[in-house]
Design a protein around this ligand. Structure first.
Ligand code: 3H9
Length: 687
């Protein structure tokens, strides 16, 4: 856990607790012992604390939250570091996050490698820095910079840290950080305790900050508590401020939002794991990726690889489409450069890795080929048939289909073991979710390679099995069906969308349709009107792009309720002989949110997802499900599966005879257990 090396009169203490040097009970105990030994040893004049492996420290051990924590507690340990009469220097490389940065703040000086990141991201776990961070950081860097770091939670670079006074020296990466820190510690004069630094702040700073970030803060407990704790730093002596911070932390850690956000953190990481994967499985090398189709999806997919330094061959059938696709990729990079998110030379480097071509045979040297053409089984089969002739032996062959049968696609090739689904979400260069769809014959090393590759390009991959719509689209399907039925029965688009916005979704179903285009999948015959959607399309209301869909849009694309759309809906009801009725928000919640949960349970029950937290990751990263609820399955467990079932039963008539309550969710509800346990524990519910 702790290694110590004496360099003449400076003791180097190394935190060594893989994978992230999290400050669990054992590491805290060993660090406290090392500090006491150093303080008692006359040969030691100064101390350096650094991390082994790829980072300084990832913070408190999140798995300990909600349990009795062993002494010393982190705040006490950090007080002990700060109280040392011998200078203590933190040498930060990789990351110093959360409790890790709080340890560094307890040290008297901090030096950092140029590539290091420093942050207090506790807010994204529904917490605040609970080991003195809210009291020390504002004393060191000022209230304004502290508010940014603590309330918004984004880590900063070593350079920025030096600018605001968080670190005392930045060391180039080629220079030996430990050596520099030891020299620094040897030469530094007296100790300098952050807790003793003076504190002042302009009173309105807090109000201004809260107003500026109202949208981010509004429904969340942690950002408000962070602001309150920093305010306490400006009003109370250090000791009292720390006590206030501690009580706010204790409240948050017991709260529903923090539990949900910690669940989301682990759900994302659990999703990357493949059940029963042999530890020694060899991954296939992926040096060049082929993308078939340079449309919006193909271009977005290509960008993920280009941005990570992986060469891409992109194939189209016509020069104009190819030029258009390459133009969009170039424009997207240009926009990132203009916004300061990317350097011009990085954009150029990415573009230089792109090979556009009209020659299908150019895919021959690709290690992975991703087909991204429109959703038509016959077209996809033709492409895979051709791909089978062209691709080199061992190449991984993926379809980006959103719902088609991967096994049927694989069946036209002589190598079904190499075929799988790689379902990106639109816009593919932005959305984090990727479903890695494992066909009946897909070999395990392909799945493992695809998962690792997706992580490498910054995605959150989730393993899915073949079913219509896989995990995400299948789970969300009932929401669309019920939203349209509710519209027919008497609800308005704005009412249904409001229920979803209040729930925390970034958009309601009708806002989403207007954004994507109401005409997607429309048969283009204005005379044939059998649904409200067809009625809108027939009137040229195709969504934002035509200035109107379910809502009207002004030139800035700002939405307002549409009397025209309402009249079209009313006319449709009249023709269909439907007498509209008042619909409650509760009914909308049950029919468009509980039904998502129910379908998610059916996905798990059928074995199409490995675990219920994977379904949460899909909701969070593919559909903007509110993170502070933990995802659809976690939220439902919190609400109570029996409550979900009771709601669905109450509206069974409205849901119709085809709607089935998942036996798994019933079982979990009646036995008051989790979905995973219900699935594992009861033979009747196993898939
Ligand atoms: C805190 O500090 C509270 C204090 O203010 C007050 C206390 C009183 N604990 O992400 P990776 C696991 S709150 C336990 O894949 P990377 C992770 O689950 C904390 N486990 O690696 C995974 O396990 P597995 C504030 C942790 O290299 C493995 O380590 N700190 C923790 O891509 C590898 O993780 C944060 O919010 C932890 N703190 O990224 C930082 N961190 O292999 C949270 C990670 O079984 N951590 N694990 O799946 C991170 O952001 C990233 O892990 C980090 C490394 C950037 C450090």
């Amino acid at each position: 856990m702790i290694e110590t090396v004496l360099h003449a009169d400076v003791l180097e203490i190394v935190l060594n607790s893989p994978p992230v040097n999290a400050l669990g009970g054992a590491l805290r105990r060993d660090l406290a012992v090392a500090l006491r030994v150093a303080s008692a040893d006359d040969a030691v004049r100064a101390i350096v604390i650094r991390g082994a492996g790829k980072l300084f420290c990832g913070g408190a051990d999140i798995t300990e939250f909600g349990q009795v924590r062993a002494k010393p507690l982190l705040p006490d340990l950090i007080n002990e570091i700060e109280s040392s009469v011998k200078p203590v220097v933190a040498a930060v490389h990789g990351s110093a996050l959360g409790g890790g940065l709080e340890v560094a703040l307890g040290c008297h000086y901090r030096i950092a490698a140029a590539t290091a990141k420093l942050g207090l991201p506790e807010v994204s776990l529904g917490l605040l820095p609970g080991a003195g961070g809210t009291q020390r950081l504002p004393r060191l860097v000022g209230v304004e910079a502290a508010l940014d770091m603590i309330v918004l939670g984004a880590p900063i670079s070593a350079m920025r840290a030096a600018e605001i006074g968080l670190v005392d020296e930045v060391v180039d990466d080629e220079v030996d950080l430990a050596g520099s820190a030891i020299a620094f510690a040897r030469n530094v004069g007296a100790v300098r305790r952050t807790r003793d630094l003076p504190m002042d702040a302009e009173e309105q700073l807090f109000e201004k900050f809260a107003a500026r970030h109202a949208r981010k803060i509004d429904t969340l407990d942690a950002p408000k508590a962070c602001i309150a704790a920093i305010r306490a730093a400006t009003e109370l002596p250090f000791g009292e401020g720390v006590a206030h911070e501690r009580s706010l932390f204790a409240e948050l850690v017991e709260g529903a939002q923090s539990k949900a956000l910690c669940h989301a953190f682990f759900a994302e990481r659990a999703a990357a794991k493949i059940d029963n994967l042999p530890a020694d499985i060899a991954l296939r090398p992926v040096r060049r990726v082929g993308v078939i189709g340079a449309g919006t999806m193909g271009g977005g997919i290509a960008m993920n690889f280009l941005s990570t330094g992986i060469a891409v061959t992109i194939v189209e059938t016509e020069q104009a489409a190819l030029d258009r696709g390459v133009g969009v990729i170039r424009a997207n990079y240009g926009a990132s450069v203009a916004r300061g998110r990317l350097k011009a030379e990085q954009a150029e480097a990415a573009m230089s890795l792109l090979t556009p071509t009209l020659v299908f045979e150019d895919l021959a040297d690709c290690d992975l080929v991703i087909e991204a053409v429109y959703e038509n089984m016959e077209v996809k089969k033709q492409i895979f048939c051709r791909l089978d002739q062209v691709a080199r032996p061992g190449a991984m062959l993926a379809s980006n289909t959103s719902y088609l049968d991967i096994d049927e696609i694989a069946s036209v090739t002589g190598r079904p073991q190499d075929v799988f689904g790689l379902h990106f979400f639109s816009p593919a260069n932005v959305m984090k979710l990727v479903e890695v769809v494992r066909g009946a014959q897909t070999s395990l090393d392909i799945v493992a390679t695809a998962m690792a590759l997706a992580r490498k390009v910054g995605k959150v991959p989730v393993v899915a099995r073949v079913c219509h719509g896989f995990i995400g689209n299948r789970m969300m399907h009932p929401r669309k069906v019920e939203a349209f039925k509710l519209l027919e029965e008497g609800a308005t688009p704005a009412q249904i969308d409001r229920v979803h916005l209040n729930f925390g979704m970034p958009m309601g179903p009708f806002q989403m349709m207007d954004l994507a285009g109401c005409d997607i999948g429309w048969h283009r015959d204005p005379e044939r009107v059998t649904t409200i959607l067809e009625a809108l399309c027939a009137e040229g209301r195709w969504g934002q792009k035509t200035g109107g869909g379910f809502y009207d849009y002004d030139t800035e694309r700002k939405a307002s309720p549409s009397p025209v759309a309402q009249a079209i809906i009313a006319d449709f009801r009249e023709r269909a002989g439907i007498v509209s009725r008042e619909i409650s928000d509760e009914e909308i919640t049950v029919r468009t949110i509980y039904t998502i949960v129910n379908e998610g349970a059916a996905v798990l029950e059928g074995g199409y997802a490995q675990r219920s937290s994977d379904i949460d990751a899909v909701g969070l990263y593919g559909y903007g499900w509110p993170r502070h609820t933990g995802g659809p399955m976690f939220w439902a467990e919190h609400v109570g599966f029996d409550t979900i079932v009771a709601g669905l039963e109450k509206y069974s008539e409205e849901l119709g005879p085809d709607f089935q309550i998942s036996p798994l969710i019933r079982h979990a509800g009646s036995s008051k257990t989790s979905l995973d346990r219900a699935k594992a524990g009861d033979g009747a519910c196993k898939s």
